[in-house]
Design a protein around this ligand. Structure first.
Ligand SMILES: [Zn+2]
Length: 485
């Protein structure tokens, strides 16, 4: 196999369940985890004569998403019937959009470790989700099931399908794109973005071509990857499979595939349908959607700062690394909290404390910074105490633990518990001299150049002072006194 002579061409399709209160074409409530078939009505059960009505909130969310994707918002968009039979689709057609989607071409900016990149958006359209099939027996898999039942609660849930141009060449970029997209949609309140629970699902269209060629090979579709890692690995596995097929003299056939994360295997689900197989035609029960232009522009003007802009601002203005910015931007509440600390303390220190000790200590209690007793002011105060050397790092960690416990003020805690650094130089010298006298063998080795014994003495000094000595100063004193002795 010679991947260097082949180039992968990848496009992504994303389905995101919208965070509306009710379904796409009826007044049934959206529900997750409620008893089966408790949110149904004649419309979503496809009783004869029941008529759909478009959910205005779904339109609003689609337009906001369109703005964030850099898409043109259509002046008039049309719902179409996509005809196929499956037990989870009671009408035997899905109401979707075909040639006139609500969001047309766009370009989405996403951040990678190598900087900002963009990916062309072909379209984004509204449609309804199918119901949920539950397979009984056979470990819940369709193939070995004794029987299957249908829960219609999910049937009719509003979905936004986003289709990208086939412009990606690496699974890592596909994952970075999907991460940024998910973060953006969640931040804007468009979807809850849960990939594990299937409220956001990604498919990848994959083909290969010789490096340097511009044509497109036959593509396969890898379905329903439910994590960023699986998307990246699934793409790598499929690209490798296609290269193997072509290099053994065979041709790639158009089909829908499943990637099994546990084994890394790719299996065929079915041969891929063409659009004409679905007999799309305009939905006769719905008028075109013609959103008011002023409303569309108002939604554009109301867009908050997008996550990518926030992350780029932190890297540019606050000196954060790509990784700091990535960790701190998710979820948005953590980013808000970090910004409050960074307004009061050096931003890099704020980043280290918020994503490091603060989050780690809180997690042990099942808490997050923004719902804890620890105010951003308290974190800034701890940083100030450490950086002015008023307290040592080990003391800072116990002060933080105390703040988490009691919600108190760091300065007051330091004063009450006598945690302030020992500033008195003669006291420090006395401690060091005692340690040297009590550990003559180690002192001798240090004198002979075994420098790592400095660490031993610093450790002893921290123990003797309950962490109230400045380790750096102790290290200096040890060297001086040993050399002098
Ligand atoms: Zn309904």
């Amino acid at each position: 196999m010679s991947p260097s002579t082949w180039e992968a061409v990848i496009g992504i399709e994303i389905h995101a369940q919208l965070l509306t209160r009710t379904k796409m074409f009826c007044g049934c409530a959206l529900s997750f985890g409620d008893p089966p078939n408790t949110h149904t009505c004649p419309v979503c059960l496809a009783h004869p004569g029941a008529l759909p009505v478009v959910n205005r909130e779904a339109i609003r969310l689609a337009i906001i998403a369109g703005h964030a994707l850099g898409c043109e918002i259509s002046g008039s968009s049309v719902f179409s019937r996509k005809n196929y039979f499956y037990p989870d689709l009671p009408k035997a057609y899905q109401i979707s959009q075909y040639d006139q989607p609500i969001c047309g071409r766009g370009r989405f900016r996403y951040l990678t470790e190598g900087g900002e990149k963009t990916l062309g958006i072909t379209r984004a359209h509204l449609e309804e989700d199918a119901a949920k099939l539950i397979h009984l027996g056979g470990e819940g898999r369709r193939a070995n099931a004794d029987s299957s039942v249908v829960d219609f609660n999910r049937g009719g849930t509003p979905l936004l399908e986003i289709v990208t141009e086939p412009e990606l060449h690496h699974g890592s970029d596909a994952a970075a794109f999907l991460k940024q997209l998910r973060q953006t949609l969640v931040h804007l309140g468009i979807t809850d973005g849960s990939m594990e629970q299937g409220s956001m699902r990604a498919d990848a269209n994959i083909s290969i071509r010789p490096v340097g060629s511009t044509g497109l090979g036959t593509k396969t579709e890898l379905k329903n990857m439910n994590s960023f890692t699986y998307l990246e690995r699934g793409i790598a596995a499929e690209v490798e499979r296609q290269i193997g097929v072509v290099e053994s003299g065979d041709v790639v056939t158009q089909e829908t595939l499943h990637y099994e994360p546990a084994t890394g295997h790719i299996t065929s689900l079915r041969s891929k349908e063409e659009a004409h197989d679905y007999r799309y035609f305009p939905e006769p029960d719905l008028v075109p959607v013609v959103p008011d232009r002023a409303w569309v522009e108002e939604l554009r003007a109301e867009l908050p700062e997008l996550p990518i802009d926030r992350r780029e601002r932190w890297i540019r203005d606050l000196g954060l690394t790509f990784e700091d910015a990535e960790v701190l931007s998710e979820p948005a509440e953590l980013g808000d909290y970090f910004e409050q600390v960074a307004a009061l303390a050096p931003p890099k220190s704020a980043a280290n404390w918020v994503r490091g000790d603060l989050r780690a200590q809180l997690r042990e209690r099942g808490q997050e910074p923004w719902d804890s007793e620890v105010s951003p002011e308290a974190v800034a105060q701890i940083i100030e105490l450490v950086e002015s050397r008023a307290i040592s790092m080990p003391s800072a960690k116990s002060v933080l633990a105390e703040v988490i416990e009691t919600g108190g003020q760091p300065r007051a805690i330091v004063a009450e518990q006598g945690l302030g650094s020992i500033q008195d130089e003669s006291a420090l010298v006395a401690i060091v001299d005692t340690l040297i006298a009590n550990n003559p063998a180690q002192a001798e080795q240090l004198r002979d150049g075994k420098d790592k014994l400095v660490g031993f003495f610093v450790g002893q000094a921290m123990k003797a002072t309950q962490g109230r000595a400045d380790p750096e100063r102790i290290g200096q004193l040890i060297r001086e006194r040993v050399a002098a002795g």
